[in-house]
Design a protein around this ligand. Structure first.
Ligand code: ADP
Length: 212
Protein backbone atom coordinates (compact mmCIF):
# COMPACT_ATOMS: atom_id res chain seq x y z
CA UNK A 1 0.00 0.00 0.00
CA UNK A 2 1.06 3.55 -0.75
CA UNK A 3 1.29 5.82 2.30
CA UNK A 4 0.83 9.59 2.20
CA UNK A 5 3.58 11.90 3.49
CA UNK A 6 1.56 12.54 6.63
CA UNK A 7 0.99 8.82 7.25
CA UNK A 8 4.75 8.22 6.84
CA UNK A 9 5.40 10.99 9.37
CA UNK A 10 2.96 9.44 11.85
CA UNK A 11 4.59 6.05 11.40
CA UNK A 12 8.04 7.54 12.09
CA UNK A 13 6.84 9.26 15.27
CA UNK A 14 5.20 6.11 16.57
CA UNK A 15 8.25 3.99 15.69
CA UNK A 16 10.48 6.34 17.70
CA UNK A 17 8.22 7.30 20.57
CA UNK A 18 5.52 4.66 20.83
CA UNK A 19 3.49 3.91 22.78
CA UNK A 20 2.21 7.39 22.21
CA UNK A 21 -1.30 8.87 22.37
CA UNK A 22 -3.17 10.38 19.44
CA UNK A 23 -3.01 13.72 21.15
CA UNK A 24 0.78 13.61 21.44
CA UNK A 25 1.13 12.65 17.77
CA UNK A 26 -1.11 15.58 16.81
CA UNK A 27 1.07 17.90 18.91
CA UNK A 28 4.27 16.72 17.24
CA UNK A 29 2.75 17.36 13.81
CA UNK A 30 1.12 20.65 14.90
CA UNK A 31 -2.27 19.38 13.76
CA UNK A 32 -5.54 18.67 15.54
CA UNK A 33 -6.53 15.17 16.59
CA UNK A 34 -9.58 15.40 14.34
CA UNK A 35 -7.39 16.02 11.30
CA UNK A 36 -5.40 12.87 12.07
CA UNK A 37 -8.34 10.60 12.80
CA UNK A 38 -8.67 9.19 9.26
CA UNK A 39 -4.92 8.56 8.97
CA UNK A 40 -4.81 6.79 12.32
CA UNK A 41 -7.73 4.60 11.24
CA UNK A 42 -6.01 3.69 7.96
CA UNK A 43 -2.70 2.86 9.63
CA UNK A 44 -4.43 0.77 12.27
CA UNK A 45 -6.65 -1.08 9.79
CA UNK A 46 -3.66 -1.77 7.56
CA UNK A 47 -2.02 -3.43 10.57
CA UNK A 48 0.95 -1.06 10.63
CA UNK A 49 -0.04 0.47 13.96
CA UNK A 50 -1.76 -1.07 16.90
CA UNK A 51 -3.86 0.85 19.39
CA UNK A 52 -4.22 -0.02 23.06
CA UNK A 53 -6.76 1.79 25.22
CA UNK A 54 -5.12 4.06 27.81
CA UNK A 55 -1.67 3.21 26.43
CA UNK A 56 -1.73 4.67 22.95
CA UNK A 57 -0.42 3.69 19.56
CA UNK A 58 2.58 1.51 18.96
CA UNK A 59 4.31 0.19 15.86
CA UNK A 60 3.31 -3.37 15.00
CA UNK A 61 6.62 -4.12 13.29
CA UNK A 62 4.74 -5.27 10.22
CA UNK A 63 5.88 -3.71 6.98
CA UNK A 64 3.46 -3.70 4.02
CA UNK A 65 5.50 -6.51 2.44
CA UNK A 66 5.23 -8.61 5.58
CA UNK A 67 1.48 -8.08 5.55
CA UNK A 68 1.23 -9.38 1.98
CA UNK A 69 3.38 -12.37 2.97
CA UNK A 70 1.11 -13.06 5.96
CA UNK A 71 -1.91 -12.96 3.69
CA UNK A 72 -0.38 -15.40 1.17
CA UNK A 73 0.39 -17.78 4.02
CA UNK A 74 -3.12 -17.43 5.41
CA UNK A 75 -5.08 -18.16 2.21
CA UNK A 76 -5.55 -21.90 1.79
CA UNK A 77 -5.40 -23.88 -1.45
CA UNK A 78 -8.93 -25.11 -0.71
CA UNK A 79 -10.25 -21.54 -0.97
CA UNK A 80 -8.92 -20.88 -4.48
CA UNK A 81 -8.61 -24.29 -6.16
CA UNK A 82 -10.30 -25.11 -9.47
CA UNK A 83 -12.42 -28.10 -10.42
CA UNK A 84 -10.20 -31.02 -11.54
CA UNK A 85 -10.49 -32.25 -15.11
CA UNK A 86 -9.90 -35.99 -14.96
CA UNK A 87 -9.53 -38.89 -17.38
CA UNK A 88 -8.88 -42.58 -16.98
CA UNK A 89 -5.56 -44.16 -17.74
CA UNK A 90 -7.19 -46.02 -20.66
CA UNK A 91 -8.27 -42.77 -22.32
CA UNK A 92 -6.55 -42.42 -25.73
CA UNK A 93 -4.07 -39.64 -26.42
CA UNK A 94 -6.52 -38.41 -29.07
CA UNK A 95 -9.38 -38.16 -26.55
CA UNK A 96 -7.06 -36.50 -24.04
CA UNK A 97 -6.24 -33.77 -26.58
CA UNK A 98 -9.96 -33.29 -27.30
CA UNK A 99 -10.69 -33.08 -23.55
CA UNK A 100 -7.99 -30.44 -23.11
CA UNK A 101 -9.63 -28.30 -25.81
CA UNK A 102 -13.20 -28.82 -24.60
CA UNK A 103 -12.34 -28.17 -20.95
CA UNK A 104 -9.82 -25.44 -21.78
CA UNK A 105 -7.08 -26.78 -19.48
CA UNK A 106 -3.40 -27.54 -19.97
CA UNK A 107 -3.10 -30.46 -17.57
CA UNK A 108 -5.34 -33.49 -17.16
CA UNK A 109 -5.38 -35.50 -13.98
CA UNK A 110 -5.49 -39.24 -14.44
CA UNK A 111 -7.56 -41.15 -11.89
CA UNK A 112 -8.75 -44.68 -11.24
CA UNK A 113 -12.11 -45.73 -9.75
CA UNK A 114 -13.07 -43.60 -6.78
CA UNK A 115 -11.19 -40.58 -8.11
CA UNK A 116 -7.85 -41.89 -6.83
CA UNK A 117 -4.80 -40.18 -8.31
CA UNK A 118 -2.80 -42.20 -10.85
CA UNK A 119 -0.92 -39.52 -12.76
CA UNK A 120 -0.95 -36.25 -14.67
CA UNK A 121 -0.65 -35.58 -18.37
CA UNK A 122 0.44 -32.21 -19.71
CA UNK A 123 0.37 -30.52 -23.11
CA UNK A 124 3.98 -31.40 -23.74
CA UNK A 125 3.46 -35.06 -22.85
CA UNK A 126 0.80 -35.21 -25.57
CA UNK A 127 2.82 -33.23 -28.10
CA UNK A 128 5.78 -35.53 -27.54
CA UNK A 129 3.75 -38.59 -28.51
CA UNK A 130 2.86 -36.97 -31.84
CA UNK A 131 6.59 -36.95 -32.66
CA UNK A 132 6.90 -40.68 -32.08
CA UNK A 133 4.63 -41.67 -35.00
CA UNK A 134 2.22 -43.52 -32.67
CA UNK A 135 -1.40 -44.16 -33.42
CA UNK A 136 -2.87 -41.62 -31.02
CA UNK A 137 -6.33 -43.24 -31.27
CA UNK A 138 -4.87 -46.45 -29.82
CA UNK A 139 -2.20 -45.16 -27.44
CA UNK A 140 -3.54 -44.78 -23.87
CA UNK A 141 -2.51 -41.73 -21.78
CA UNK A 142 -1.27 -44.17 -19.15
CA UNK A 143 1.80 -44.69 -21.35
CA UNK A 144 2.73 -41.02 -21.62
CA UNK A 145 1.62 -39.57 -18.27
CA UNK A 146 3.79 -38.79 -15.25
CA UNK A 147 2.85 -41.52 -12.82
CA UNK A 148 2.52 -41.80 -9.06
CA UNK A 149 4.56 -41.59 -6.86
CA UNK A 150 6.27 -38.96 -9.02
CA UNK A 151 3.30 -36.58 -9.04
CA UNK A 152 3.69 -33.45 -6.92
CA UNK A 153 0.46 -32.82 -5.04
CA UNK A 154 -0.93 -30.31 -2.58
CA UNK A 155 -3.46 -30.55 0.26
CA UNK A 156 -6.45 -28.20 0.64
CA UNK A 157 -5.11 -26.94 3.97
CA UNK A 158 -1.72 -25.92 2.59
CA UNK A 159 -1.18 -22.22 1.93
CA UNK A 160 -1.31 -20.78 -1.58
CA UNK A 161 2.26 -19.64 -0.99
CA UNK A 162 3.43 -23.20 -0.31
CA UNK A 163 1.55 -24.42 -3.40
CA UNK A 164 2.96 -21.69 -5.65
CA UNK A 165 6.43 -22.53 -4.36
CA UNK A 166 5.90 -26.17 -5.42
CA UNK A 167 4.88 -25.02 -8.92
CA UNK A 168 8.13 -23.05 -9.22
CA UNK A 169 10.42 -25.62 -7.57
CA UNK A 170 9.14 -28.55 -9.65
CA UNK A 171 8.67 -26.49 -12.84
CA UNK A 172 5.11 -27.63 -13.44
CA UNK A 173 1.92 -25.76 -14.34
CA UNK A 174 -0.56 -27.61 -12.15
CA UNK A 175 -0.86 -29.65 -8.96
CA UNK A 176 -3.65 -32.08 -8.14
CA UNK A 177 -5.31 -31.08 -4.85
CA UNK A 178 -5.68 -34.29 -2.87
CA UNK A 179 -6.73 -35.75 0.45
CA UNK A 180 -5.75 -39.14 1.85
CA UNK A 181 -8.31 -41.89 1.54
CA UNK A 182 -9.50 -43.21 4.88
CA UNK A 183 -7.76 -46.46 5.69
CA UNK A 184 -5.54 -46.22 2.58
CA UNK A 185 -1.80 -45.78 2.15
CA UNK A 186 -1.22 -42.00 2.61
CA UNK A 187 1.50 -42.01 -0.08
CA UNK A 188 -0.44 -43.89 -2.71
CA UNK A 189 -4.15 -43.62 -2.05
CA UNK A 190 -4.94 -39.96 -2.62
CA UNK A 191 -8.37 -38.77 -3.66
CA UNK A 192 -8.38 -35.90 -6.15
CA UNK A 193 -10.57 -33.02 -4.95
CA UNK A 194 -9.27 -30.16 -7.08
CA UNK A 195 -6.62 -28.61 -9.26
CA UNK A 196 -4.22 -25.81 -8.32
CA UNK A 197 -2.63 -24.06 -11.30
CA UNK A 198 -0.61 -21.01 -12.28
CA UNK A 199 -3.93 -19.40 -13.25
CA UNK A 200 -5.08 -19.60 -9.62
CA UNK A 201 -1.91 -17.77 -8.60
CA UNK A 202 -2.33 -15.09 -11.27
CA UNK A 203 -6.00 -14.58 -10.35
CA UNK A 204 -5.06 -14.13 -6.69
CA UNK A 205 -2.27 -11.75 -7.69
CA UNK A 206 -4.78 -9.61 -9.60
CA UNK A 207 -7.24 -9.65 -6.69
CA UNK A 208 -4.55 -8.64 -4.21
CA UNK A 209 -3.51 -5.90 -6.64
CA UNK A 210 -7.05 -4.59 -6.62
CA UNK A 211 -6.84 -4.38 -2.84
CA UNK A 212 -9.62 -6.92 -2.33
P1 ADP B 1 3.76 -28.45 -20.16
O1 ADP B 1 4.09 -29.83 -20.59
O2 ADP B 1 2.51 -27.92 -20.83
O3 ADP B 1 4.93 -27.49 -20.22
P2 ADP B 1 4.18 -28.83 -17.33
O4 ADP B 1 5.36 -27.91 -17.26
O5 ADP B 1 3.19 -28.79 -16.21
O6 ADP B 1 3.32 -28.56 -18.61
O7 ADP B 1 4.69 -30.32 -17.45
C1 ADP B 1 6.03 -30.69 -17.66
C2 ADP B 1 6.22 -32.16 -17.29
O8 ADP B 1 5.96 -32.32 -15.90
C3 ADP B 1 5.29 -33.12 -18.01
O9 ADP B 1 6.02 -34.27 -18.36
C4 ADP B 1 4.22 -33.46 -16.99
O10 ADP B 1 3.73 -34.79 -17.10
C5 ADP B 1 4.94 -33.29 -15.69
N1 ADP B 1 4.05 -32.77 -14.63
C6 ADP B 1 3.03 -31.89 -14.76
N2 ADP B 1 2.44 -31.63 -13.57
C7 ADP B 1 3.10 -32.39 -12.66
C8 ADP B 1 2.97 -32.59 -11.25
N3 ADP B 1 2.06 -31.97 -10.52
N4 ADP B 1 3.82 -33.46 -10.65
C9 ADP B 1 4.77 -34.11 -11.37
N5 ADP B 1 4.94 -33.96 -12.69
C10 ADP B 1 4.12 -33.12 -13.34
Amino acid sequence: MELTKRQEAILEIVKKEGPITGEQIAERLKLTRATLRADMAILTMAGLLEARPRVGYYYSGRTPNKLIAEKLHRIKVGEVKSVPVVVSERCSVYDAVVTMFIEDVGTLIVVREGGILEGVVSRKDLLKTTLGGHNIHQLPVGVVMTRMPNVVTVGPEESVWAAAKKLITHEVDALPVVRPVEGGDPRKDLEVIGRFTKTNVVRLFVELGEGS
